[in-house]
Design a protein around this ligand. Structure first.
Ligand SMILES: CC(C)(COP(=O)(O)OP(=O)(O)OC[C@H]1O[C@@H](n2cnc3c(N)ncnc32)[C@H](O)[C@@H]1OP(=O)(O)O)[C@@H](O)C(=O)NCCC(=O)NCCS
Length: 192
């Protein structure tokens, strides 16, 4: 899915069209000042904190075994933690939520990209015990805002069909202007 804005390069299958904060989208920066409005999120940092959910934007304090457990709990394959570490080093922006009581990650999302034009969001997960509390939305809203603040307007992600309804209200659209994502798939060689 793809987040809207001028499309310079067709990203993969889904793009985010609007901002997570429609007010920001509507409020184009005036010529006089390029100051952005403060983002309005569905749940504030303070409300999250009062519920014991601490927002984190760096890998510091993130236990990769615990993160792996969240991946596995939602059905993603368990990964080599050394490779996760490398992936995080090559990640442009990340958001995760630490549950104060256990110090464990309960929500996570990250984006890779070129730092100025394009970004792709990966690994959006919420621990099943903590789903449907607004954490997925809270993490995505902030990740999108962080990317947009860097000037990145081409934001894309891959979505499983059952999650399209989660991404659409955040501003992502499928096949914008008919653009389709393509993924390289290695051809199976016929065994004789
Ligand atoms: C998808 C996922 C990240 C959503 O996180 P979450 O914390 O449970 O979602 P939230 O509570 O923030 O939900 C925000 C909104 O999205 C809606 N929503 C959540 N999951 C949805 C889904 N699968 N389909 C449609 N809408 C969904 C909620 O109803 C809520 O709507 P509201 O704002 O009108 O109340 C989480 O379910 C998850 O980790 N799933 C397994 C991993 C996965 O599939 N990741 C995406 C890979 S493409």
């Amino acid at each position: 899915m793809l987040l809207g804005g001028p499309i310079s390069t067709p990203p993969p299958s889904l793009r985010l069209r609007a901002t997570s904060n429609p007010q920001n989208a509507a409020a184009q920066p005036s010529q006089a000042s390029f100051q952005r409005q403060p983002p309005i999120y569905s749940i504030t940092d303070e409300d999250l904190q009062s519920k014991g959910f601490l927002l984190r934007r760096t890998p510091e304090g993130l236990n990769l075994d615990h993160l792996n457990s969240v991946f596995v709990a939602v059905g993603f394959p368990r990964r080599d933690t050394g490779k996760i570490e490398v992936a995080l080093r090559h990640t442009d922006a990340m958001l995760w939520v630490e549950y104060e009581k256990t110090r464990r990650p309960v929500a996570f999302a990250r984006a890779t990209g070129d730092g100025v034009f394009n970004a792709i969001i990966w690994d959006v997960v919420v621990d099943p015990t903590f789903q449907s509390l607004g954490l997925g939305k809270a993490v995505m809203e902030r990740l999108i805002e962080d990317l947009r603040r860097k000037g990145i307007c081409n934001i894309a992600l891959y979505s499983e069909p059952r999650v399209l309804g989660f991404y659409r209200p955040l501003g992502f659209v499928s096949d914008p202007d008919g653009i389709r994502g393509m993924v390289f798939v290695r051809k199976q060689r016929n065994k004789k």
